[in-house]
Design a protein around this ligand. Structure first.
Ligand code: BGC
Length: 324
């Protein structure tokens, strides 16, 4: 009797083991062999969350994302704070995850806050890809955007060359707390510090608002003398700087370098109110982010970093483009 009981236990044990192995393998292969037909792709719903939905720069990201979504037949939602607000930004991410989005594409605005947030959201099962601003220590799957430190270095070199290594510089930055802005400032500072006769005399925050960029420029111009250059580190900053310098009629002596190629920035470069700008590729970021997210949910391998192109353009470069 004991022998029969023992044999029965062994058989039951073996059966349980093989069933577990079968179901484990089944689960794994289901995860790896993702659907590829059009109907199933249409079920994918990705959410793109910028720091400010109605910002012209982010509208270009949105356009890229929408074009890619249409091309690949997936659906996207573009949502987030109307004007920059970290609390609302975080809520939008949490809502997208609670609403069972198939993937969230967003900025990692403040590294210390967004790193644990992303890790929590990923644990709940939603893949996250960062765009424009990265949180490299989080478990986010990939980053698509400018190499922000390198972009800051480019701006620093351009400024140092223009001023022949001598001058007093003021910076207007989008935010003291945003990782991308910090890197753009750091890259710039690291170059300027190599020159004995160059000094950064002021750094103020615009909260990525054109009006605040203009207000801070006024303030700096009131508080400091002999400013030789302004560096604006987010899309609207140099536009704000230029408008103030134009009104003070001091723009001719002051070198202005900004970020991005929004239509207003290009017009101001053409008329000489902005001297140079660091190019970013927001449309490309939006488009690629959808491609990367799609690969992820289909179980394909993706690279961790997709750095979009960056470089400096000045009036002479625009002339060449305009004439061609
Ligand atoms: C930055 C974005 C920012 C935007 C604000 C861009 O240069 O890359 O992070 O939201 O400026 O205008």
């Amino acid at each position: 009797m004991k022998k029969i009981l023992f044999a029965f236990i062994v058989v039951a044990f073996l059966f349980t083991c093989s069933a577990s192995i079968y179901y484990l393998l089944k689960a794994l292969t289901t995860e790896l062999s993702q659907p590829v037909n059009a109907e199933e792709l249409a079920d994918y719903h990705f959410v793109v969350i910028p720091e400010e939905v109605n910002n012209e720069y982010w509208r270009l990201v949105e356009k890229g994302a929408r074009d890619a979504a249409q091309h690949y037949g997936v659906s996207i939602e573009y949502t987030g704070p109307f004007t920059a607000n970290v609390g609302e930004h975080i809520k939008s991410i949490e809502k997208a995850v609670a609403g069972k989005a198939d993937g969230v594409i967003t900025q990692a605005l403040i590294e210390e806050e967004f790193t644990p947030l992303f890790d929590q959201m990923i644990q709940k099962g939603t893949p996250i890809v960062t765009i424009d601003t990265d949180a490299p220590k989080s478990k986010r799957m990939a980053y698509i955007g400018t190499n922000n430190y390198y972009a800051g270095v480019l701006a620093g070199k351009e400024t140092a060359n223009e001023l022949n290594g001598v001058g007093r510089i003021a910076i207007i930055t989008g935010s003291f707390h945003s990782a991308n802005q910090q890197l753009r400032v750091q890259g710039f500072k690291d170059v300027i510090e190599e020159y004995e006769d160059m000094e950064i005399v002021a750094i103020e925050e615009s909260n990525i608002s054109l009006i605040q960029a203009a207000e801070r420029t006024y303030q700096i111009m009131n508080e400091h003398t002999n400013i030789s250059a302004f560096y604006g580190t987010s899309a609207l900053d140099a536009i704000g700087v230029a408008s103030v310098l134009q009104s003070l009629d001091k723009n001719r002596n002051i070198f202005v370098i900004g970020f991005d190629i929004l239509p207003d920035t290009l017009d101001l470069i053409r008329d000489g109110s902005i001297d140079a700008t660091v190019v970013q590729e927001p449309y490309e970021m939006g488009y690629r982010s959808i491609e990367v997210m799609l690969s992820l949910v289909q179980g394909k391998r993706v690279s961790e970093f997709y750095y979009t192109d960056t470089g400096i353009i000045r009036q002479e470069d625009l002339k060449k483009v305009d004439e061609s």
